[in-house]
Design a protein around this ligand. Structure first.
Ligand SMILES: CC(C)(COP(=O)(O)OP(=O)(O)OC[C@H]1O[C@@H](n2cnc3c(N)ncnc32)[C@H](O)[C@@H]1OP(=O)(O)O)[C@@H](O)C(=O)NCCC(=O)NCCS
Length: 190
């Protein structure tokens, strides 16, 4: 398929769905983006006004297509028709991309992000034809570490990092993981 990043499939798992982020998600994005705990380890937030969520969708997610990246998936609670988080390829590398994710606190520890991550890995290799996928987390972000460790990613590097936020800066180690196409397809045969 030509430009597969423009034609991302909708995926469902249980009561949840992954579909492309749209402008009307701003109110729901603000709902979790304003939460200090949710955004503690993220480079952005907490939002103080819904306009920041609107800006994020308009100026960060939607323009991804120009970088040959998919816009990004909204994670949706199907029963409530509510957007409860995102999972996306946010940075393009020569032969792959890096994944990021965030989820509304009400939905933590139900296995949602582990399932979503496994689904987007499949999309990365089988739909977007990436050679390698990268993911990173700060050492203190134990929940994110647990999610990543439940998938096929292998830790390749740890480096010191200072994350600057308007509320102050976090000094921590950044853990970097990779998953290659060979490992991914190899795991399907065993
Ligand atoms: C990281 C995040 C996406 C995880 O989503 P989730 O749907 O709750 O993840 P899962 O339920 O699939 O798995 C979480 C795992 O972490 C474990 N966990 C969560 N908090 C923990 C803690 N403080 N200490 C130890 N384990 C913890 C859970 O028990 C679970 O492991 P288990 O399945 O072995 O029991 C969610 O916490 C989040 O949105 N955090 C804020 C945004 C963020 O940090 N994004 C990642 C940036 S790198």
């Amino acid at each position: 398929m030509k430009r597969p990043y423009r034609h991302m499939p909708i995926l469902t798992f249980g009561d949840y769905m992954l579909r492309t982020i749209k402008r009307t998600d701003a109110i729901d994005m603000f709902d979790y983006g304003k939460d200090e705990e949710v955004t503690k380890f993220l480079s952005w937030g907490p939002f103080t006004d819904v306009s920041e969520a609107k800006h994020s969708i308009k100026d960060i997610f939607l323009p991804r297509l120009r970088q040959k990246l998919p816009i990004g998936y909204a994670i949706v609670d199907i029963n409530k028709n509510k957007m409860i988080g995102t999972i996306d390829f946010h940075t393009k590398y020569q032969n792959g991309a890096e994944i990021g994710y965030v989820l509304h606190k009400d939905y933590w520890n139900k296995g949602i992000m582990t399932t979503a991550l496994n689904l987007i890995i499949k999309i990365g290799f089988e739909h977007l034809n990436y050679e390698k996928i990268t993911i990173k987390h700060l050492k203190s972000n134990i929940a994110s570490q647990k999610v990543i460790e439940k998938t096929l990613f292998k830790k390749i590097l740890s480096e010191p990092m200072i994350m600057k936020k308007w509320s102050g800066s976090i000094s921590d180690d950044l853990y970097i993981y990779e998953l290659t196409k060979e490992t991914y397809y190899g795991s399907k045969q065993s």
